[in-house]
Design a protein around this ligand. Structure first.
Ligand code: ADP
Ligand code: MG
Length: 315
């Protein structure tokens, strides 16, 4: 009988680095499984990408204000769930945020705060109420010309869930799909212990300040340490409040623990918009959800059932 080991591969998909780990009896078995996960994530990327002008998502956007577009059941259902999360978060999360990405750019090209008139104009095309879903014909219609949807805040979580589900269905007993900090871990490590995730310090992402066990669970971190802009001493994150058109400013990083990576992903983004107080209150009211929020002063806030064991404090 051969012993089982954990095999890990780094891949680049959906515009980010992903680490796929599977427990298998040898390298070739592991490679077979990891290839399946890569295939699944690539498939999803084709469906939800806004960059790919041939994706069904682009077709929906191109036909905004013109006509409904028939899409695969999978994409239809994802949009349906995204709209439900918008309701749950009172609009903090909104896939129709996407028309604002013309105004707020995080590629270094912004030199000053955008004009307030432009910001006002941009939010006129935002609002999940304008995403019309026809359940009988599986069509999606964006009510207004110029309206756009984008899955930047939920897609990686969805992909992690789907890749995990596929591997589990193929008999992989244990593994981790880690899409740049959006992860789902199932099963145990080969030595029988729980998988562990390191919670990083947002001001110093190379430092882990606490390790937490994950047991068949999703853990998703949204951080602004790579994508933010500074004007007049204010740090504007890459997560925008769809109701005001302005990026959130009070939070450096959010981590959400949930049963699904898709939900955790969407909520990690929502917590940025909600801020510390409203965010904690929101998470504490829902069973099965926990969170860690780091505010702009680098202070940690945790939901009621999180126990952190700081391993070092080197700020
Ligand atoms: P990351 O893991 O890259 O930090 P997040 O899950 O935090 O990503 O999502 C951030 C991305 O979501 C942004 O880059 C943007 O594409 C999109 N986005 C920004 N604000 C919102 C919002 N309020 N609701 C939904 N999506 C948003
Ligand atoms: Mg997210």
């Amino acid at each position: 009988m051969s012993a089982e080991n954990a095999y890990i591969r780094e891949v680049h998909l959906m515009g980010c680095k992903m680490d796929i780990t599977v427990v298998a009896s040898d390298q070739s078995e592991a490679d077979r499984y990891i290839d399946m996960a890569v295939g699944e994530i690539s498939r999803i990327e084709k469906l939800i990408s806004s960059w790919d002008s041939n994706s069904q998502t682009s077709l929906i956007n191109d036909n905004a204000g013109i006509e409904p577009v028939k899409v695969d059941e999978e994409l239809f259902n994802l949009i349906h769930r995204a709209v439900k999360i918008s309701g749950l978060t009172r609009g903090a999360f909104d896939i129709s945020y996407a028309s604002m990405d013309k105004i707020w750019k995080y590629d270094g090209s912004m030199t000053k705060l955008p004009d307030s008139k432009l910001i006002e104009q941009s939010i006129s095309k935002v609002g999940y109420g304008g995403i019309m879903l026809n359940y009988a014909s599986h069509t999606v219609f964006l009510k207004l010309k110029g309206m756009k949807i984008g899955f930047g805040a939920i897609g990686k979580g969805y992909a992690a869930d789907k890749a995990k589900a596929l591997l589990k269905s193929k008999g992989v007993k244990s593994g981790i799909i880690n899409a740049s900090g959006d992860l789902y871990a199932w099963g145990k490590q080969p030595d029988g212990s729980d998988w562990k995730v390191g919670i990083t310090n947002p001001l110093n992402p190379k430092k882990i300040f606490s390790w937490l066990p994950v047991d068949n669970q999703a853990v998703v971190t949204s951080g602004d340490y790579e994508k933010y802009v500074m004007f007049d001493g204010v740090r504007y994150s890459h997560i925008i409040d769809p109701r005001t058109g302005y990026p959130s400013t009070g939070v450096l990083s959010t981590t959400v623990f949930a049963q699904s990576a898709e939900l955790a992903d969407a909520l990690a983004t929502s917590l940025f918009v909600m801020g510390v107080e409203v965010g904690l209150d929101f998470i504490n009211q829902i069973d099965g959800l926990e969170c860690i929020i780091v505010d702009k002063n680098n202070k940690l806030h945790t939901s009621t059932n999180i126990r952190l064991n700081p391993i070092e404090n080197e700020n």
